[in-house]
Design a protein around this ligand. Structure first.
Ligand code: FES
Length: 279
């Protein structure tokens, strides 16, 4: 059992959970993830380690409550225990000296972008972060991301904060003016956002890295649930990723696999909401 030290809603349906786990905190690196079970019968939920404090022995998870399992997870109160947590899993981010790096964070993708931006900055990279959300009420960790960025740009679909529009617009503009100086573009967020960011970056010949959130079950490379097509090869997101060369990802296969269990997920969520009288 692992103690939940705090669990708070940052913005509607996105929660920040701090968990006591000194061994995980000691080993966590940017890019790593964990698999969490809220209770004995719970589904296994993959979550990026969004932050860690080695001294305090804690890790921070950011959870978007969109399905039955994530709703059960965020319902756990501060002071209660997580049934199981395994990790760190996945391959850590390559924190090279790129000179300058662009970090594109869409929606809940801000959470995994943060430790990578911090790590790259510690390697003396200049960081330009572009943080996008549908509206101002869905933006979180703006101060945290700004604190590890030399330039921090906000975009919202409706213009309620920052610049009105999509993250791809400032991304294209920066590449047009500075592509020679930019060593890497990281993109983390909804798959469709990463697909379009990748399409923007590819013509400039700049290294592009996307962190994928494919469906996972065991998280150890055995079930095949998280398989993705990278170039001509099949890779497993849990052990080969979650980060891949964005220009080589078959986005259409990824997007269609993400929708595979939509009907079952809707059915399960409706049952859960009815049982708990959630509107
Ligand atoms: S989650 Fe099973 S192989 Fe990756």
């Amino acid at each position: 059992m692992f103690k939940i030290l705090s669990n708070k809603e940052l913005v509607p349906n996105i929660f920040e959970m701090v968990v006591e786990h000194p061994r995980l905190a000691a080993k966590a690196q940017p890019g790593h993830f964990v698999i969490v079970m809220p209770n004995e019968s719970g589904e296994r939920i993959p979550l990026t380690i969004a932050d860690y404090d080695r001294q305090a022995g804690t890790i921070t998870l950011v959870i978007m409550a969109i399905g039955t399992s994530t709703m059960k997870l965020v319902a756990l109160k501060s002071g209660s225990d997580l049934y199981a947590i395994i990790g760190p899993l996945g391959v850590a981010s390559e924190l090279d000296d790129y000179g300058m790096a662009i970090m594109v964070a869409g929606g809940v993708g801000t959470a995994p972008v943060f430790p990578i931006a911090r790590g790259l900055r510690a390697k003396n990279n200049r960081i330009i972060s572009i943080q996008g959300a549908r509206n101002k009420d869905l933006l979180f960790w703006t101060d945290k991301l700004a604190a590890v960025s030399d330039t921090h740009i906000i975009t919202t679909d409706d213009g309620s904060a920052g610049r009105k529009g999509l993250v791809t617009e400032p991304l294209r503009e920066i590449l047009e003016s500075e592509s020679k100086n930019i060593g890497c573009v990281y993109m983390i967020g909804p798959a469709v956002m990463m697909k379009f960011c990748s399409q923007v970056v590819t013509p400039f010949g700049v290294k592009a890295v996307a962190s994928l959130n494919s469906i996972m079950i065991d998280g150890t490379g055995m079930c095949g649930g998280c398989r993705v097509k990278i170039g001509k090869e099949t890779k497993f997101t849990c052990v080969d990723g979650p980060e891949f060369d964005a220009s080589q990802i078959d986005w259409d296969i990824l997007l269609s696999r993400q929708k595979m269990y939509c009907d079952e997920e809707k059915c399960s969520l409706n049952k859960y909401k009815n049982a708990h009288e959630i509107l």
